[in-house]
Design a binder for this molecule. Structure first.
Ligand code: ADP
Ligand code: MG
Length: 526
């Protein structure tokens, strides 16, 4: 990672504040390189893996540039092309977060949504349009989308876009924009087709930023991933902490807020844990670190930045509560265990959609990451009882227990010693396992994402959505995974079978007076 902070990137103050609000501590490598270049007006090709923050890498500088102008004009100044509508929506949401303190209209345009609604949105004026090529061409042909004044053009996921056969559409859109525009192209890989596109339409002095990593090896660390629903992450984490014999655990979260929330949740369950991140004073951080080193503190929850450079021995477990920002930081994180000839264990918690990131990490580290099942409550009970019995025998080899003999002899007169011992075990068990477990968290099968044409604007909330699905398709809320409700749409994860059932039974049924279209999110192309 390049050692720069967000305040060194010349971002507009409003953008900087929004990034602070998001709780991001450091720019990712691609952000540290691309942001200043784009602010400088350069055409940029940026290449880096999925999940490295490419949206912010183009969104923050472009929004900064727009805000830095004397007056923000009421026309389309930036156009972002994405290959799928789901990405169009995701990018729109992220750009809106970046523009949170500014008054910019950011409008998504893609097939599947009623064209009238988009026409209305466009009429009201848009500063940034994010869309899929097919529908953008559609609007160009109707004359409802004027691109001549577009000063910033972003082709996001260019490789994916061309794989999907959008080359002609992309070219006709580019030709429609202002020829003085600034063009940035983001891609995870650089096939010839993408290069051709770049050389044809970008300025000759374009900058090629490539954050492609050499592979690194991680020996002596047993690596596992644990798949669970997002809402069961804390529970899964606690079960692992209670099941394994841990001796020093570092847990990584992606944001400062994430650290705070997890620390609070774990403390409430009685774990001996503290957090470390950039907003905490130096003294506080050193203090936590000292306690952790001296084994007074069992668990440290940290962001990557706060953890950088800390050299702690005796870490038995590294747990990626959130998947790392980039592949390199995975290696940095798990490198904290398994030092000095000791074995270490690394766990990474993922949701089913993050499976592919595990594969990428395996390729990058040339090592294997095995699947680990979440321990069941019986597993934990058995394990803890075994270890209680073991320490009981150990204790009997020493002398300490002898001073309690008179008390136990007294107890023997009053009750059954077997029952009394069992009660003592129960008390110890209670102390050992600090957590009150939630009901069983069965792991989910691989999920499909559904796209529904109903959203916040229709007064949709999770409850009304679940009721709608249950009433029409008979699929209960317990079968449904993550739900994202956006302005006019929502997405929902369900297993393949349930997804089919929902489409079959609930498609075009009415919710809050409007008929709702339901489709597989990833199967519509534009
Ligand atoms: P990519 O386009 O490279 O796949 P995204 O732009 O979708 O990646 O970002 C992935 C996730 O990382 C998003 O949730 C985003 O909000 C988050 N993110 C972006 N930049 C940072 C950062 N500097 N620190 C922490 N999280 C970040
Ligand atoms: Mg992206």
């Amino acid at each position: 990672m390049i050692n720069k902070n967000f305040d060194e990137l010349n971002l507009n103050k409003k953008v900087f504040r929004a990034i602070e609000d998001m709780g991001f501590e450091k720019p990712s490598s691609i952000q540290a390189e691309a942001i200043p270049a784009i602010i400088d007006g350069k055409d940029v090709i940026a290449q880096s893996q999925t999940g490295t923050g490419k949206t912010l890498a183009f969104g923050a500088p472009i929004i900064s540039n727009i805000l830095n102008k004397e007056e923000v004009k009421n026309n389309i100044q930036a156009l972002v092309l994405t290959p799928t509508r789901e990405l169009a929506l995701q990018v729109t949401e992220e750009l809106r977060r970046i523009a949170k303190h500014a008054r910019l209209k950011i409008v998504p345009i893609f097939g599947g949504q009623s064209i009238e609604m988009q026409l209305r949105d466009l009429k009201r004026g848009a500063n940034i349009v994010v869309g899929t090529p097919g529908r953008i061409i559609d609007h160009m042909n109707r004359g409802s989308l004027k691109l001549q004044e577009v000063e910033y053009l972003v082709v996001d996921e260019a490789d994916e876009m061309l794989n999907m056969g959008f080359i002609d559409e992309v070219e006709s859109i580019i030709k429609e924009t202002n020829s003085d525009r600034q063009t940035v192209l983001f891609s995870a890989t650089m096939p010839q087709q993408v290069k051709n596109l770049a050389y044809k339409y970008m300025k000759k002095d374009l900058l090629h930023i490539s954050i492609v990593k050499k592979s690194l090896t991680v020996d002596k660390i047993d690596q596992y991933y644990i798949q669970c629903k997002s809402k069961s992450k804390v529970e899964a984490l606690c079960r692992v902490l209670d099941y394994d014999n841990t001796d020093g655990v570092i847990i990584f979260c992606r944001t400062k807020k994430g650290v705070d929330e997890l620390v609070e949740a774990l403390q409430a369950k009685g774990y001996n844990v503290e957090g470390m991140h950039g907003d905490m004073g130096q003294n506080q951080r050193l203090n936590s670190l000292k306690k952790f080193k001296e084994s007074i503190l069992d668990i440290l929850v940290a962001t990557d930045v706060a953890a950088r450079g800390i050299d702690v021995q005796n870490v038995s477990h590294v747990i990626n509560y959130d998947i790392p920002q980039d592949l390199e930081s995975y290696v940095h994180r798990i490198g904290r265990t398994g030092r000095a000839e000791r074995e270490g264990i690394a766990y990474t918690l993922i949701n089913p959609k993050e499976q592919k990131i595990i594969r990428q990490i395996e390729n990058f580290t040339k090592s294997s990451i095995k699947k680990k099942e979440i321990p069941t409550l019986e597993d934990i009970m058995d394990k803890k009882c075994d270890s209680l019995v073991e320490s009981l025998w150990e204790n009997l080899e020493g002398k300490d227990y002898k001073k309690f003999l008179p008390i136990v002899e007294g107890l023997q007169k009053e009750g059954n010693l077997v029952h009394i011992s069992a009660a003592l075990m129960a008390m110890l068990f209670e102390k050992e396992v600090s957590n009150k477990y939630e009901e069983d968290i069965a792991e989910e099968e691989s999920y499909n994402r559904l796209f529904l044409t109903v959203g916040k604007k229709d007064n949709l909330n999770i409850k009304s959505l679940l009721t709608f699905i249950d009433n029409n398709a008979g699929v209960k809320s317990s079968e449904i995974g993550d739900i994202d409700i956006l302005d006019k749409f929502c997405f929902m994860d369900v297993s393949e079978n349930h997804a089919r059932k929902i489409i079959e039974k609930a498609n075009n049924k009415k919710l809050n007076g409007r008929s709702v279209r339901i489709e597989f999110a990833n199967r519509g192309r534009n």
